[in-house]
Design a protein around this ligand. Structure first.
Ligand code: AHR
Length: 510
């Protein structure tokens, strides 16, 4: 048996051990795929206080420092996160948005009633130029969602010409008249959003045909056409699109999944029981099965993995905070959200061969936000800190891993794996391991066999707090933030790490 173990270890590159503790076995020999930095993407919809009174306070604002109306503190915070892309203008809003209403002199722009989110009237002062210029400030790639549900093929094609045509054309001339000489060269284009719901209540067969029509007129040398994808476990949607859309017309297929306890009773974002915590994480953990099964369908039609899986909406969704507009989806963000983020990003990393982009919903003041604002104040949420800790994985090579003897986190008859993990090696040869212990009560000790590892080579940071409900607030903005991690030792060629309850740890091994 021992000989077989040694042989397997040699052949597979896995370091095996017979100990019964939780083991994270990292395969350092297999050349894994690159973890696209675009997995760490964000999402900014015209929804509640995400754009207006969030990112954008307007050019006339005098109390809050800004650049062309965009808050400087948000720009700085998101640059620190190295956000790779930003999806806009929706979401559901995208299929109501007519981009030509948002260009030209601001006092002449048509208004729009935001039919999905609170029925508020927007003045369109934040439009294509404002968004794409903001992406330049943020040093991030724009990801535009085009209007398919209530728009036309011509309107969509004109938007592409307006943003991307560097020559002479009706739309590039209009862009120049509006003050922008050079094109922005937008690469990522969503063809509608949730076409099965707010994007037109289409059947997958019907949407596949509509998609083919729109995609035919999407031209440009370096563009990615992303089809509106399934909701959670609607595998028939993925199957129908993969079957009916010719591969040369599509570059990515979307998937949306929210961690919500019950759509009719979502529960408070910050006053929740441990049972509600468990159920939310159960929903988040479903992402592993969803990605695996959607990928299996994609593999059937596209074995060479030319079409990417793009999870362009994910995150926790709770009841709105008291006395806020129910249509604005403003919610606090606690250690529960840090667990969702750590676990979900580990899942995406581990499926990096097919998951090439993802977008947390949403960036500012909406759903699982990384930033919350209140007048001139701004706070960074626990989710922000997880995203920041995980920047080490951006464009690094995945190191496949296996977790053996994982502990279980139980709620009555239900149980979840307590530990989730992913690992990568960056261009400088430094290994990073991200570990999440979702158990709200128990710390967990994890052994990681690493040949030749010395304690001096290892460092790390941890995000944890006394209670799973803990969060940052405008009065205590720094209650939760990462600190140096010291709970590890090296013993017999193994790194032994003790993870506090409900914690995220990222280790660096030189
Ligand atoms: O992110 C909020 C909403 O959730 C989006 O507008 C929509 O696409 C999804 O249903």
């Amino acid at each position: 048996m021992k000989q077989l173990t040694l042989l397997l270890s040699f052949v597979c590159g896995w370091t095996l051990s017979s100990a019964q503790d939780i083991q994270v076995q990292i395969d350092t020999k297999t050349n894994g795929p690159t973890i696209s930095k675009h997995i760490y993407g964000h999402f900014a919809e015209h929804l509640g206080r995400c754009i207006y009174d969030g990112f954008y306070v307007g050019e006339d604002e005098t109390r809050i420092p800004h650049t062309d109306g965009v808050r400087n503190d948000i720009i700085e915070a998101l640059k620190e996160l190295q956000i790779p892309n930003l999806r806009w203008p929706g979401g559901c809003f995208a299929d109501t948005y007519h981009w030509q209403d948002g260009i030209g002199p601001k006092d002449q722009r048509a208004t729009i009633v935001n039919q999905w989110w609170g029925g508020v009237t927007e003045d369109n002062s934040f439009g294509t130029h404002e968004f794409l210029n903001m992406c330049e400030l943020l040093e991030t790639e724009p990801y535009l969602s085009g209007n398919v549900g209530s728009g036309t093929v011509k309107e969509f094609a004109d938007w592409m010409q307006y943003t991307n045509n560097g020559g002479v054309s009706p739309m590039s001339e209009l862009r120049k008249e509006n003050g922008r000489e050079n094109p922005w060269n937008v690469k990522y284009w969503g063809v509608g959003n949730e076409a099965w719901g707010c994007g037109g209540h289409m059947t997958p067969e019907y949407y596949a045909n509509v998609y083919r029509q729109f995609a035919t007129y999407m031209t440009g040398s370096d563009i990615q056409r992303i089809a509106s994808g399934a909701s959670s476990n609607d595998y028939n949607w993925t199957e129908t699109l993969m079957k009916n859309i010719p591969a040369h017309l599509v570059d990515g297929l979307a998937l949306h999944h929210y961690s919500v306890i019950d759509w009719n009773d979502k529960g408070s974002a910050s006053q929740f029981t441990e049972e509600q915590y468990f159920i939310t994480l159960q929903r988040a953990w479903e992402m592993e099965e969803l990605v695996t099964k959607h990928v299996a369908i994609m593999d059937k039609y596209d074995p060479e993995k030319k079409i990417d899986l793009i999870v362009d909406e994910w995150g926790g969704w709770y009841d709105v905070e008291e006395s806020t507009n129910p249509g604005f989806l403003y919610q606090q963000n606690t250690m529960r959200d840090a667990m969702i983020a750590g676990m979900t990003l580990n899942i995406f990393n581990n499926h990096a061969d097919r998951v090439k982009m993802a977008n947390l919903a949403q960036s500012v003041n909406v759903l699982q936000a990384v930033i919350l604002t209140k007048e001139e104040k701004m706070i960074l949420t626990p989710t922000y800190h997880v995203m920041k800790m995980y920047t080490v994985h951006h464009d690094a090579k995945l190191l496949p891993l296996k977790i053996q003897n994982n502990a279980t986190y139980k709620n009555g008859a239900n149980e979840l794996p307590a530990i989730s993990a992913s690992a990568s090696v960056d261009q400088a040869g430094i290994t990073h391991i991200s570990l999440v212990n979702i158990d709200a009560r128990q710390s967990q000790t994890v052994s990681i066999p690493l040949s030749g590892v010395k304690k001096a080579d290892v460092s790390g940071s941890v995000l944890a707090s006394a209670k799973i409900q803990d969060h940052n607030s405008f009065d205590k903005p720094s209650k939760i933030q990462p600190v140096d991690f010291k709970e590890f030792r090296v013993k017999g060629g193994q790194l032994e790490v003790t993870l506090p309850p409900a914690s995220v740890v990222v280790l660096e091994v030189k």
